[in-house]
Design a protein around this ligand. Sequence first.
Ligand code: OAD
Length: 234
Amino acid sequence: MIRIGKQDRVFVLTGAGVSAESGIPTFRGVGGLWRNYRIEEVASPQAWARDPALVWEFYSMRRRVAAGAKANPAHFALAELEQKLAERLFLCTQNVDNLHEQAGSRQVLHMHGELFKSRCDTCRRPPFADEAMYEPPASLPCCDCGGKIRPHICWFGEVPFELEEIFGALDRCTVFVAVGTSGVVEPAASFVAQVGGQGRTYYVGPELPANASAFDQCFQGEAGKTLPGLFVSD
Ligand code: OAD
C-alpha cells in the first residue's frame, strides 16, 4: 500500500511493463522487441538516414499492434489517481502507445514520443496526428518542404522530450513510483536517484529492475493486478 497524504506530490514513471497486459510487447526479456529487431537498424538517426523504409516498416507494425490494444486495469488505476490528485500527480511515460489517454488520463508526458504522431525530419512544422501505416510498396510520406516525414519518437542517440519539466517535477515530488520499467535506459533509470531526501520511492513490476537498490520498496507483481488498490489517499 502507498499512502498519499494531502500535501504529497506524486511522480509516476511508467515503462513498457504497464502495457504488457494489454498485449503490447516489452523491449527486453522473453518475447521482447529487441530480441527480433536490432535497435541500430530501426530506432536510431543512423537507421533513418540509411533505410527509412525499414524504419517505417517497424513503426507501422508497432502502430498496428497498438491500434488494437485496450487499456488495462493498471492504466485505469493511474487515471483514477489523477482524478483524486489532479495536478499533484505527474504522469511521465516512456511508452509511445496511447493507453494512458485511452484509460482517461489527461496529463501524460510522453518522454519518448508518441506512436500516433509524425513530424518532418527537416522543417519545424509541429508534430501532427498520424495513424497511417507506411509499409512497402507504398511510397514514404514527404513534407511540403521536401523533407521526409518521420515517426515522432525519441530514438537512441536523441534527447528525450520535456526533460526540464520532468526534472522540475522530480525535484518537487514527495512520492516517486516507477512501474514496469527495467531500469536500464537513461535518463529514466536515474529519475529515482533525483528524488529528494524526503521523498519515498517505490517500484511495481513482476521482476526487480536493474536499479532496484535505489528504491525504498519494490512491490513484485504485475501492474494490472498490483496498481488497483495500491494507492490510499487521505
Ligand atoms: P523494458 O522492456 O526494458 O522493461 C519492461 C519491464 O516491464 C521489465 O522490467 C519487466 O519485468 C516489466 N514487466 C513485464 N510485464 C509486466 C507487467 N505485467 N506489469 C509490470 N511490469 C511488467 O521496457 P522499458 O524499461 O520501458 O525506448 O524500456 C525503456 C525504453 O527502452 C523504452 O521506452 C524504449 C526501449 O528501447 C525507446 O525506444 C527510445
